[in-house]
Every structure is written in structure tokens, then in C-alpha cells.
Design a protein around this ligand. Structure first.
Ligand code: FDA
Length: 307
């Protein structure tokens, strides 16, 4: 891992920076590249302007109290209603620690089930994000409980973890929704592939698992959450070789990243959703976006000079 990437991931955990840097004007301005605004209306407006289905996520993680988790649940319940009223095709994606996982699994589960139930009544869908490895076991268990009760929910899995190929088997057996990503956190070498080429290869192997005849027969909804052009081509080619039409493959990308590729995939007939974030707790999330591509730091500096 490069020094810059390490520093940015360390900054993502810094409480001091979170409290102070987020008030700096040029940093706030630079964030708008990845996030249309802090309120949900901005996210809905952006989805409408892009004329593409979306996934909305309210930024925040590791909350200070159980009350804060209840507040997040209430907020998402309202968002699901607002999405319905807006006519925008938007699912939601939630972080387990935002729903209270640091306090108890039961609390997190209760909050998650409430969201999935409301989403089901509205014919919508809830995605569960995957956070650091200290949460992986609990997140898998909570998701399994949810999926045993409800069909309209999916889980994110990370190709940088050695364990993911094994974790995928029971998820496929359950006919789950699975969003495959590379992984955005700082993880030790005994848990995650340190080399990018290994993370990429692992991604492709997992993608093949998700597109297998068995996974399709079980009704798995596979999402490829990546901006990586090489991997996207390989997955497209693999889909063609399996005789799958483009509409059988679904991609998701983050708002503001590789917009042309987002349009190309949608125009080629692939299912596509753009993940749009909102909320004021954007510091750790933004640092992870910079760490994914340290050249983005130059963009922040340019924003500073331009002001
Ligand atoms: P990679 O990092 O190799 O990037 C490939 C190319 O994409 C780059 O060369 C560049 O062109 C472009 N690119 C990628 N990131 C960029 C950036 N920040 N700025 C500008 N260009 C960029 N992670 C996680 O741990 N848990 C989760 O729940 C999720 N959820 C999630 C949902 C969705 C829909 C997406 C797309 C991603 C996530 N992630 C995530 C983040 C994921 O783990 C990963 O960190 C990023 O997607 C970046 O990895 P890529 O697959 O894009 O490849």
C-alpha cells in the first residue's frame, strides 16, 4: 500500500480531522465532486438529473449512542417514503454500524428489519454495506437472518478479503442479493490481499461464482460495484461467453466517478445504478474515496487554489 494511501486511510479514522477539516471551505467544495449535497433532496435531484436508477446512502458510521441509531432508522424510513413520493427509482444502502452494531447485534437487526419491511411494502430494496473485518462475521449473520425472512435485501462482499470465496457459498445457496466490491478499508495482510493485482483477480473469480448457472438458478441478484475498466470488460466478456444478455448483468458505480463509463453500460443494455451519498458525516467516506485514487488529492489542491 502506498504511503499516501495509508495516510489517507489513517486520516479517515481521525476524530480531530473529522471535526476540524470538514469546516474548511475548499475541502467542502471539493467533496461536491462525489456528493451532490448533504440532504436527501440533493441526492434525489441528482438521480433525476442523471435519469438513471440510483442507490441512496446516508453517510455515517460508528455512532455515539443507541438513540443515534434509532434516529438513522427513522431517517431512512422517511427516505423510503420520500423516494416513493418522488417517483425516482432508488434503493437504499445502509451501514450496520449506522444501525447500532457497535452496541448490539439485536439492535442492528431490529433497525435493519424495520427498513426492509418498509421497503418491501413499497416494493423497494435494502442493501447492507460491508465495513471493516472486525464486523464481517456479525454482518454476515445479521444479513443471513434478514435474508431468511425477506427477499428484498442484498449484502456487499469485498474481494480483497481471503475469506470471501468461502463466505459467498452460503449467500449463493440463499439466493441472496450480492454486491461485489474490492474493499475500501485498511486491512492487515493476514486478512486481505496486499497486492492490487491479487484483489483484482479475486474479484474476477468471485464474479464468475456469482454468474454461475447454480447462482442464477437460485435467483442470486449479482451486482458488480466497480469502476475498473479491465474488470468490467472481463465480466462483460464472461457474461457473453455464458450466453447471458446484457440485461442479466448489473453494475453499480459511485456518483461522480467515470461518468462516461456509467452511460456506456446503461446504453449497452446492462442494468445500472449510481450510488449517491448524502449527509453531513462525510469525512471518513471522503478520505476513502481519495485513498482509492490518490491523484484525487491534486483535485482538492486545485480547488483550494481556484478559490
Ligand atoms: P480501482 O480502485 O482499481 O479503480 C479503478 C478505476 O476507477 C481507477 O483507475 C479510476 O479510474 C477509477 N476510480 C476508482 N475510484 C476512484 C475515485 N475514488 N476517484 C476517481 N476515480 C476512481 N467498499 C466497502 O468496503 N464496502 C462497501 O459496502 C462498499 N460499497 C460500495 C458500493 C458501490 C456501488 C461501489 C461502486 C463501491 C463500494 N465500495 C465499498 C468501495 C469499493 O470497495 C472500492 O473502494 C471502490 O469502488 C474503488 O475500487 P474500484 O473497484 O473502482 O477499482
Amino acid at each position: 500500500m502506498s504511503l499516501m494511501k495509508s495516510a489517507l486511510l489513517a486520516a479517515s479514522d481521525s476524530r480531530y480531522l473529522r471535526e476540524h477539516a470538514t469546516r474548511v471551505g475548499f475541502i467542502r467544495a471539493a467533496v461536491t465532486r462525489f456528493m451532490p449535497g448533504e440532504d436527501v433532496e440533493s441526492a434525489l435531484e441528482a438521480a433525476r438529473a442523471l435519469r438513471q436508477p440510483a442507490v441512496l446512502t446516508h453517510l455515517g458510521e460508528n455512532l455515539p449512542s443507541t438513540e443515534a441509531a434509532d434516529e438513522v432508522r427513522r431517517d431512512y424510513l422517511e427516505v423510503l417514503d420520500r423516494v416513493r413520493a418522488s417517483g425516482v427509482d432508488a434503493e437504499i444502502s445502509v451501514k450496520p454500524t449506522q444501525l447500532g452494531l457497535d452496541f448490539s447485534r439485536e439492535l442492528c437487526e431490529r433497525n435493519l428489519f424495520a427498513l426492509i419491511e418498509r421497503a418491501r411494502a413499497l416494493n423497494n430494496w435494502v442493501w447492507v454495506d460491508m465495513e471493516q473485518t472486525s464486523y464481517t462475521d456479525a454482518t454476515l449473520e445479521i444479513y443471513r437472518h434478514a435474508r431468511e425472512r425477506y427477499p428484498n435485501t442484498g449484502l456487499c462482499v469485498q474481494s480483497y478479503l481471503y475469506r470471501t470465496a468461502k463466505d459467498l457459498e452460503p449467500l449463493i445457496a440463499l439466493g441472496s442479493g450480492v454486491r461485489l466490491v474490492k474493499g475500501a478499508y485498511k486491512e492487515p495482510a493476514d486478512k486481505a490481499f496486499p497486492k492490487k493485482s491479487d484483489v483484482d483477480e479475486s474479484y474476477f473469480e468471485l464474479a464468475k461464482q456469482l454468474l454461475s448457472a447454480d447462482a442464477r438458478a437460485r435467483g442470486v441478484r449479482a451486482i458488480f460495484g466497480t469502476h475498473d475498466p479491465v474488470l468490467i470488460r472481463r465480466i462483460e466478456e464472461h457474461g457473453r461467453a455464458q450466453g447471458l444478455p446484457p440485461a442479466a448483468l448489473e453494475f453499480q458505480m459511485l456518483y461522480g466517478i467515470r461518468r462516461q463509463e456509467q452511460e456506456r453500460l446503461a446504453a449497452a443494455g446492462y442494468k445500472f445504478r449510481v450510488l449517491i451519498s448524502y449527509g453531513d458525516a462525510w469525512w471518513p467516506w471522503y478520505m476513502r474515496r481519495l485513498a482509492e485514487r490518490p491523484a484525487n488529492v491534486l483535485f482538492v489542491l486545485k480547488t483550494m487554489v481556484a478559490r
